[in-house]
Ligand binder design. Structure first.
Ligand SMILES: NC(=O)c1ccc[n+]([C@@H]2O[C@H](COP(=O)([O-])OP(=O)(O)OC[C@H]3O[C@@H](n4cnc5c(N)ncnc54)[C@H](OP(=O)(O)O)[C@@H]3O)[C@@H](O)[C@H]2O)c1
Length: 114
């Protein structure tokens, strides 16, 4: 029998990432979830973990990685069988050029890191 797949889910506490992570864990996968802030102190991470069945926590590891930091995802994707890249700034922008100046750029900077 082949081992359970190991997936990286970027933005695993986001709307899409959280649901995907839950479904992968429920299907028996091992998940390495990435978050932007320190998983040890993030309230969002804490709330997300509380929303998971206790028996799934052992199959989940959390890793800090920012899309705008070169090389931030190198270690976490190493050896994974699948990568689901769903982390992305996703907000209603009234003035995109302004958002770009503030650094809210989903692509191209974020994609190549993953
Ligand atoms: N929601 C929908 O109905 C829907 C439908 C179709 C497609 N999508 C697509 O799915 C993707 C995710 O959407 P979503 O609704 O899940 O958005 P979301 O709830 O805002 O989640 C975005 C995730 O990306 C992370 N993120 C943002 N900037 C980051 C950075 N610089 N480095 C690392 N992580 C970063 C966020 O982390 P933090 O918590 O640290 O901010 C969060 O976990 C988007 O590309 C969106 O277009 C969404």
């Amino acid at each position: 029998m082949s081992p359970a797949p190991t997936a990286v889910v970027t933005g695993c506490t986001g709307y899409v990432g959280a649901e995907l992570t839950k479904q992968l864990l429920a299907a028996g996968w091992t998940v390495r979830g990435t978050v932007r802030s320190d998983p040890a102190t993030s309230g969002r991470v804490s709330a997300f973990k509380k929303s998971l069945p206790a028996e799934h926590l052992g199959s989940l590891s959390l890793h800090q990685a920012d899309l705008l930091t070169a090389g931030a995802f190198d270690a976490v994707v190493k050896g994974a069988t699948h990568v689901f890249h769903v982390a992305s700034p996703f907000q209603v922008q009234r003035r995109l050029p302004c958002a770009q100046r503030l650094g809210h750029l989903p692509f191209p900077p974020g994609g190549p890191q993953v």
